[in-house]
Ligand binder design. Structure first.
Ligand code: ME8
Length: 509
């Protein structure tokens, strides 16, 4: 069994913002979770470099496009690590391995015997911001609604892909696989678009040297989407030198993307794959937009709209936690830095951090740092934990990173109540209740250990710190999301706060 997850490869001509961080973090949570279950995983992200804008901006700066792209790619390459993201490969569409593969891929379509690639003259309006042709109906006051600019009139002889021939195969595919696109309303959106009729599209551009040459017509380069989408396959052919990973990870691939690029991924891409003789992906999850309530943010925090600035202030784990929790994954929603701060204090600091501090402090104080292993078959905690592993896994199997996290948080809340209800400080006063105190401390430690393992995909270093504070092995295998696996230890000390207090962001005037 394998689990191959990809995010869109981001346009190198933009700078990373919270939306980019959002997809990458969500993908990392899903992949880390599968690894915890012992699944063979591969996680791909990267940059899309052949946009026309790259060549234009490079020219303005007196640079070669590749020179310019090399400079901009640095911040993108660093982004995953700064977010605690564990991608297996970072692809650049200027990689030789990618270029060679794209040429082979397009040639396969041309040679498939169905005349799927043909030459025609294209004239129409083109938005450089979207890297897409636009119809009049898609414009508002003659401008692209997303970029606010007037599209350019383009007339050129291009190579076309016969997408129209794939309406029936795509509808058959959607019918046979009702979970091909998730959530369901996105599946319906993609299917309706296909039902509405598909138009052939140009897969090449002429008169522009920046791009991958069309193998049978090197005066033209591949249209940026016909190049970029292919990355999901090309990466597998060269990410590990000397190995071809296609048999291992294709087609068990899941693509994670936002709604803005649904058509390219859910319609064009499967059609291109069918035309080139490849299997289509297993699943595509289309998430909504995370909008940052961005207007009034503290000057003392700097411009915290940049994900890396947020990470500098709060650390990667709180940002990851907030991304998963602030907006139900799949829906649109807005979040603010104030909401990040509030969750940092209330949920991470109080609910989780204090629980760990209090529990370790009580073990240190009442038991001199020793924890006796006294699991009980009739423990209330056991009943709470028994369904947890399956419940969380089921939610993450359908990309519900928000629901899965809430399910873990129910246990965090239970444990906090359990401290209050069982009042270990009372039990500690009464020698005759020593066994009872041991059981309460054991259950609290065991519950916290389970929570740490269950949260390891979301906040990996924090999970490790919690396990270390309890003297437990750092094994986050999913089988450890179960009652009674905490081992007897000595030397537990009161843990330092996991999430120290930070100055609140204040609204700028
Ligand atoms: O489209 N909220 O790149 P791109 C959530 N290079 N996610 C967001 C977001 C927001 N506000 N804004 C962007 C491209 N995203 C092409 C893709 S793939 C073969 C080529 C995320 O830099 C989201 O995942 O414009 C979206 O799909 C992606 O960034 C688009 O990034």
């Amino acid at each position: 069994m394998s689990y191959y997850l990809t995010t869109p490869i981001y346009y190198v001509n933009s700078t990373p913002h919270i939306g980019h961080a959002y997809t990458t973090i969500a993908a990392d949570i899903l992949v880390r979770h599968q690894r915890q279950r012992g699944v063979d995983t591969f996680f791909l992200t990267g940059v899309d470099e052949h946009a026309s804008k790259v060549a234009r901006v490079a020219a303005e700066q007196g640079l070669e496009p590749k020179e310019y792209a090399d400079r901009i790619a640095i911040v993108w390459r660093e982004l995953p690590a700064r977010l605690g993201v564990s991608n297996d490969f970072f692809l650049r569409t200027t990689d030789d391995g990618h270029k060679v593969f794209v040429q082979d891929f397009l040639q396969r379509i041309r040679d498939n015997g169905r005349d799927d690639i043909y030459q025609d003259v294209y004239s129409g309006l083109y938005c450089v911001g979207c890297e897409a042709f636009k119809t009049e109906a898609e414009l508002a006051d003659g401008r692209c609604p997303d970029h606010g600019v007037e599209p350019e009139w383009i007339e050129e002889k291009n190579w076309f892909f016969r997408l129209s021939a794939y309406q029936k195969p795509l509808l058959d595919l959607y019918k046979a696989r009702p979970d091909f696109v998730l959530p369901g309303f996105r599946y319906n959106e993609a299917r309706s678009f296909i039902e509405g009729g598909l138009q052939d599209f140009s897969i090449s551009r002429s008169g522009q040297p920046w791009g991958i040459p069309i193998p049978w017509d090197p005066d033209q380069v591949a249209y940026v989407w016909a190049d970029a989408l292919v990355n999901y396959l090309s990466a597998l052919t060269y990410a590990r030198p000397g190995e071809d990973l296609r048999d291992r990870y294709w087609p068990s691939v899941r693509h994670l993307l936002a709604k803005d690029i649904l058509r390219f991924h859910c319609v064009y891409w499967p059609a291109m794959l069918l035309a080139a003789g490849y299997e289509v992906p297993q699943q595509l999850f289309v998430h909504g937009y995370l909008l940052l309530d961005d207007k009034k943010i503290s000057k003392s925090l700097g411009n915290v709209l940049e994900p890396l600035d947020l990470v500098d202030v709060y650390g990667p784990d709180p940002v990851r936690f907030w991304c998963a929790r602030a907006v139900s994954f799949g829906q649109d929603g807005s979040a603010s830095v104030a909401s990040l701060h509030e969750r940092y204090e209330r949920e991470l600091g109080n609910d989780l951090g204090n629980l760990v501090s209090r529990t370790t402090a009580m073990i240190a104080r009442y038991r001199d740092g020793s924890l006796r292993a006294v699991p009980a078959a009739d423990s209330e905690l056991k009943a709470v934990l028994d369904p947890l592993a399956a419940d969380v896994a089921a939610r993450l199997d359908v990309f519900d990173i928000t629901g899965a996290l809430e399910r873990v948080w129910e246990v965090v809340r239970f444990l906090n109540r359990h401290v209050e209800v069982s009042a270990p400080w009372q039990l500690a006063k009464d020698e005759s209740r020593a066994d009872e105190l041991d059981r309460v401390l054991y259950d609290l430690a065991d519950g916290i250990r389970v929570v740490a393992v269950a949260l390891a995909a979301y906040i990996p270093p924090t999970a490790d710190r919690i396990l270390a504070a309890l003297g437990q092995p750092d094994d986050v295998g999913w089988e450890n999301v179960a009652y009674g696996r905490t081992v007897e230890v000595t030397g537990i000390e009161a843990a330092a706060p996991l999430f120290p207090r930070l100055e609140a962001p204040t609204a700028a005037v």
